[in-house]
Design a binder for this molecule. Structure first.
Ligand SMILES: Cc1cc2nc3c(=O)[nH]c(=O)nc-3n(C[C@H](O)[C@H](O)[C@H](O)COP(=O)(O)OP(=O)(O)OC[C@H]3O[C@@H](n4cnc5c(N)ncnc54)[C@H](O)[C@@H]3O)c2cc1C
Length: 381
């Protein structure tokens, strides 16, 4: 089905990303895998091309696109290459950058935004802790007032870009008696005394993304490091989660579509019993169902993208888009592995890696259960 949400400017932007990915990224994908990291050269090149600053005003080095559809195109194209690329860039440019654009003072904008746009300041967000991620309001990292300063103690885990980040937006408890109303966000530079990081975590999928634990031991911060309002961090995170979840939805679906298209090619070529495996009725129907699933899901996600571009996307619709696309993506990739037979289980095949890479989409950024909990509550249940 022809998609109508993008115009020629978006498509020209898509072409420039494709050209960049083919030239600068695809030849190095094996190195990303081996090093369990996307190298700084990638970030600097992506910064030069203007891909990291879509949300950032021009005066701070950004492209100031002013239209979320450009972010959507970027996420789609990165997802076509692999899921790790879209999650790492997504955290930096689509998730953390908006916090730093919308919640910061002039001094903070000057301090952080040019580096985010250029790729020189790699950023991450630390919400989840070893004790739990779903119940964000129960987080245990504390920032305690000491004269003019704050003293940060605690730890975070599973943080995307966490190993190589230069700055992390950290959620910490500033008012112990207020639960959700007592959390503040701090911009913590990773050169700060008392900051340390754990190893790169050994994940089932997306090995190219560096996911890490981080530890804070008596890190001294000031009011100038607070991102947004004191004690209002939980509200800030809730306000930003719809964009994070929409970004996940866009990526989930683009990733599934890409591997499905590649699988279609495979089942046309691969023969069993003297015929292409795609020609057997079971497989033909399965593939027909999956393309239908992708197209129908795309219609909903596209409406969410338009709604978000107009500033009207609700947290509930973002939650629906996130859990549904994660489910669709995982179902489709499982079928795609099956259609590849034994090759589908070999790490050297893209389909096998994609299947492993996708599993986390039902867990992170609010699990499928948490999404349904949120939707159910909205229905008065
Ligand atoms: C690769 C990866 C990258 C990540 N990147 C980041 C990042 O950059 N920044 C960050 O802050 N976090 C990040 N996360 C953390 C992620 O958001 C959390 O893992 C997620 O929110 C779930 O939290 P948890 O792992 O503590 O699970 P738990 O909260 O312990 O949940 C365990 C299970 O219980 C279910 N559950 C919990 N509460 C309910 C309920 N009320 N009803 C029904 N079921 C429930 C959950 O759905 C889940 O199935 C990342 C995680 C991974 C794996």
């Amino acid at each position: 089905m022809r998609r109508t949400i993008y115009d020629e400017d978006h498509e020209a932007f898509r072409a420039s990303i494709r050209e960049f990915l083919a030239r600068e990224v695809e030849p190095h994908l094996e190195e990303h895998l081996e090093n369990k990291q996307i190298p700084r050269e990638f970030w600097l090149e992506a910064g030069k091309q203007g891909f990291l600053g879509l949300e950032i005003p021009e005066e701070y080095g950004g492209a100031e696109a002013g239209d979320y559809r450009f972010n959507a195109v970027l996420m789609e194209e990165l997802s076509h290459v692999n899921a790790a690329l879209s999650s790492c860039v997504g955290i930096h440019a689509d998730i953390v950058a908006p916090y730093l654009v919308e919640l910061t003072t002039e001094e903070q904008k000057k301090r952080w935004l040019p580096g985010v746009a250029s790729g020189e300041l790699l950023v991450a967000i630390g919400m989840t802790e070893p004790s739990g991620g779903s119940d964000l309001a129960a987080l245990r990292t504390t920032a305690v007032r000491d004269g003019e300063e704050w003293v940060l103690n605690g730890s975070k885990t599973f943080i995307t870009n966490g190993y190589s980040a230069d700055m992390v937006v950290v959620a910490a408890r500033t008012s112990p008696d207020k639960k959700a109303r007592g959390i503040t966000l701090f911009g913590v530079e990773t050169t700060a005394e008392g900051y340390s990081r754990g190893r790169k975590l050994d994940k089932v999928g997306q090995p190219e993304s560096d996911t890490a634990e981080m530890f804070f031991e008596d890190i001294r911060l000031t009011d100038d490091d607070i991102v947004g309002e004191l004690d209002n961090g939980f509200i800030h995170m809730m306000q930003k989660l719809p964009q994070e979840r929409l970004g996940c939805a866009i990526s989930n679906l683009a990733h599934a579509r890409q591997i499905l298209v590649e699988t279609l090619e495979y089942v046309k070529e691969r023969k069993a019993f003297g015929a292409p495996v795609g020609s057997f009725q079971h497989n033909k129907f399965l593939i027909a169902e999956m393309f239908t699933q992708v197209d129908v899901t795309q219609a909903f996600v596209d409406q969410c993208v338009l709604a978000h571009s107009d500033g009207e996307l609700t947290a509930i619709d973002a939650a629906k888009a996130k859990w549904w696309t994660a489910q669709v993506q995982n179902e489709i990739l499982d079928h795609c592995v099956q259609l590849h037979g034994g090759y589908g289980f070999m790490n050297e095949y893209r389909v096998a890696r994609a299947w492993k890479d996708a599993r986390v989409s039902k867990i992170w950024a609010g699990s499928n259960e948490i999404m349904k909990e949120r939707i159910g509550r909205d229905l008065g249940l």
